[in-house]
Design a protein around this ligand. Sequence first.
Ligand code: XMP
Length: 333
Amino acid sequence: DWVMRDHIAEAVEAIRAQVGSEEVILGLSGGVDSSVAAALIHRAIGDQLTCVFVDHGLLRLNEGDMVMDMFAGKLHAKVIRVDASELFLRELAGVSDPEQKRKIIGRLFVDVFKAEAEKLKASGQGHRGATFLAQGTIYPDVIESGGAKSKKAVTIKSHHNVGGLPEQLGLKLLEPLRDLFKDEVRELGVALGLPHDMVYRHPFPGPGLGVRILGEVKKEYADLLRRADAIFIEELRAAVDPASGKSWYDLTSQAFTVFLPVKSVGVMGDGRTYDYVVALRAVQTSDFMTADWAELPYSLLKRVSGRIINEVRGINRVTYDVSSKPPATIEWE
Ligand code: XMP
């Protein structure tokens, strides 16, 4: 579409004018905003952009490989993948408080990113290191942090955004999505050639599976959760609602699996099992401030539950969360 093509051309010119011959780094998370920002900036300045993808080990199944395939493989962007999963797991060991987990994950993320930015500078591979930090900040983020909204008296959940990072790194900010709403960011992503499924993905919290494993985070739990969640999402994408012609993935705003570190008794073959429980969560919402649990078809829930219990050894019970927000929140932590 012409409007979008004009917009891309304009944005590309603006980025080139702002950056000149300098270097840019960007933290790629796999989320929609940072992905679209990366694709746009790469279109504008190619190899002057280096993406740093910090894998905290709390991503979804195959997510890290998918990000690399897309950006390094298809777009030929410079991407440094940092596998920091052992560091994150080590620092999270023994910690079960949700806010403390968020703080640890946020802090480590900044540390790892900073270390990578400094390494890049020191390596001097044909450049003097980055002078710009690019972020996928979108218009709603700008309003939220600009104090336009009244400060809440109580912090329900401290969303870790990488605030203050540009100052700490002594970098200038490049935020090419600052004027766009979410749906415009998505259209832009599609126009830039990013796959539809990536651009229309449900939101995923920065702390990732760290807040979807209740209590202490362990690798064993994360591995079980990844496999169960992949089945849930695969079935949501495959199930089409006849009335609307849309998949249940597209009919829900956010859907995911939560790992409960609780064991319950089951029976399989002639044996007794004593394994973990997961909860499926699917909500419909327009603003994520309030949300209704989604009335998924029983046939779909049945298929998901059957597959998880049969395919993921270690989980023998699946529940469905029928709580709305408020008073429940969307995430369990
Ligand atoms: P809640 O659970 O508060 O979630 O109803 C509302 C929306 O915010 C997301 N969420 C987070 N996103 N860091 C993030 O980047 C976080 O710590 C965090 N906690 C919740 C949640 O996934 C939902 O979309």
